[in-house]
Design a protein around this ligand. Structure first.
Ligand code: NAD
Length: 495
């Protein structure tokens, strides 16, 4: 899709159709209350459309629809190969509509069209395809009981899955939940983030076109405190999967405890360290370190937001980082030549600027730190690097979720490991060294769900993604994602 010009994207954006209602039992419908909320393009401040604002009543209607579809066996009773065929058709339909999906996410949350059209939308098709292809290659087990017994251990779907997702990769975060949940035969109620509900609604429409029976996938747009909470507290939801902030993840644990003890799986925040040892390829490390913090405006859960550099190479590394940061400048997300998009909204931009202000007071600003106005919107922040950041300062500890890098120095491997692990989070980490023994030793010692050596944020449909500590538990992607959506059921037969 990279061959579309700025002009092409603008004219496609002007002609784009928005689905803006709840999607329940295979059809679009207004919220029962009739309420709506506006979703804006953060890059211009323009209202895109008014979207149905679902609440507990709509969630209840969607859960009933999901339950009745599940109990009927119309999807849960299909063979894995039959489900595979439908999900492969969905992957193909997503691929046929990459420009539309890319535009929906770019307009709704400010990310670059060059990323949404080459990473997010093709990624969604790929993840659906991968989980579809995997589902009829998984075998169940027979336990080695011996004697005149057969003990069959089978994976069975859980029933109704509630999925609550964030705005930073709207289509892909929904896909990471939906693909394994649907492949295993569950029915789903999805609540997209209020900042970015549009791509999920289009996806639901295409799922039905692909052959997913009505009621198997329902989407209820709305706010977290009403629609999200209602899903978390619903007594007929068997499993709640969440991607979002750690604070809200803890609420879902509480909702489950105060309702039906549904399973809860959490993919939450991060403050990932990127450790640069003196023997690293500094040019490659700087290229990837810049990508690791500035890609998607730094609105990435696994963003490498802490750069831990050996004291002997700090100046060389900082010089490289400054050059790379200054080559990235905010621009219209619809322009394929732009290198940094808009922050998701004004209020998040305010939060990021508050972190920058507090950084200015305690640390050394190397570059950036500016809020920029473009096309009437001030939701743009320049790539920012702070040096001499104290470990206990909030820019070293809190998830900023913006293009802000905190640089700290270390003098030994042990000190690097201790600094890297000095966080409540444990999502990802990166290590740069040519010494294999050091690479493996340090990787082993890091508390992180994924460690990338001589790269950052390595990720694939083939490998599990998720965190340790307060970055959550449970894994998206790979064969292991199926674990969240199935229970092991044992059947004994004596003969
Ligand atoms: P958020 O926690 O504010 O919102 C996420 C979702 O939860 C949204 O759908 C929102 O409506 C809902 N929600 C908010 N308050 C709620 C409440 N009281 N009850 C029920 N639901 C509620 O997060 P965000 O700002 O949308 O996204 C950014 C966060 O997501 C960051 O912390 C980031 O690290 C995290 N994230 C994590 C991963 C991962 O895989 N670990 C991936 C992407 C994003």
């Amino acid at each position: 899709m990279t061959d579309l010009s700025y002009k092409d994207w603008k004219s496609k954006a002007a002609a784009l159709k928005f689905r803006n209602q709840c999607f329940i039992s295979g059809t679009f419908c207004d919220a029962i209350s009739g309420a709506k909320f506006e979703t804006l393009n953060p890059a211009t401040g323009a209202v895109l459309t008014a979207v149905a604002r679902g609440n507990g009543d709509d969630i209840d209607r969607a859960v009933k629809s999901a339950r009745s579809a599940f109990d009927s066996g119309v999807w849960s009773g299909k063979t894995p190969s039959e489900r595979k065929e439908v999900l492969l058709k969905l992957a193909a339909l997503i691929r046929d509509n990459i420009p539309e999906f890319a535009l929906l996410d770019t307009l709704d949350m400010g990310k670059l069209i060059k990323d949404s059209s080459t990473v997010d939308a093709p990624g969604s098709a790929h993840f659906f395809q991968w989980h579809a292809e995997a589902i009829d290659k998984l075998y169940d087990e027979i336990a080695p009981t011996g004697g005149r017994d057969i003990a069959m251990i089978r994976r069975v779907p859980l029933g109704v899955v509630g999925a609550v997702v964030p705005w930073n990769f709207p289509l892909d975060m929904a896909t990471w939940k939906l693909a394994p949940a649907l492949a295993t035969g569950n029915s789903v109620v999805l609540k997209p983030a209020e900042q970015s509900p549009l791509s999920a609604l289009f996806l639901a429409e295409l799922a039905v076109e692909a052959g997913l029976p009505d009621g198997v996938l329902n989407v209820v747009p709305g706010y977290g405190q009403d629609a999200g909470q209602a899903l978390g507290r619903h007594d007929d939801v068997d499993c709640l999967v969440f991607t979002g902030s750690t604070a809200v993840g803890k609420l879902f644990q509480r909702y489950a405890g105060e309702s039906n003890m549904k399973q809860v799986w959490l993919e939450t925040g991060g403050k990932s360290p990127n450790i640069i040892f003196p023997d690293a390829d500094l040019d490659a490390a700087a290229d990837m370190a810049a990508f690791g913090i500035f890609f998607n405006q730094g609105e990435v859960c696994s963003a490498n937001s802490r750069l831990l550099v050996h004291a002997s190479i700090k100046d060389e590394m900082l010089e490289r980082m400054k050059t790379r940061a200054e080559a990235i400048t905010p621009g219209d997300p619809l322009d394929p030549a732009s290198t940094l998009g808009a922050m998701v909204d004004k209020s998040h931009t305010d939060t990021v600027m508050q972190f920058i202000e507090s950084g200015r007071q305690s640390s050394r600003l190397i570059t950036g730190g500016e809020r920029v106005t473009l096309n009437g919107s001030d939701a743009f922040v320049t790539p920012t690097i702070f040096d001499n950041v104290e470990s206990n300062h909030k820019i070293a500890r809190d998830e900023i979720f913006g293009p802000v890098l905190a640089v700290q120095t270390f003098n030994s491997d042990d000190e690097a490991i201790a600094m890297a692990n000095d966080t409540v989070y444990g999502l990802a980490a990166s290590v740069w060294t040519k010494d294999l023994s050091r690479a493996l030793g340090v990787s082993d010692a890091l508390n992180a769900g994924t460690v990338s050596v001589n790269t950052v944020d390595a990720l694939s449909a083939m490998t599990p993604f998720g965190g340790m500590k307060q970055s959550g538990y449970g894994r998206d992607l790979s064969i292991h994602a199926f674990d969240k959506y199935t229970a092991l059921k044992t059947t004994w037969i004596r003969y």
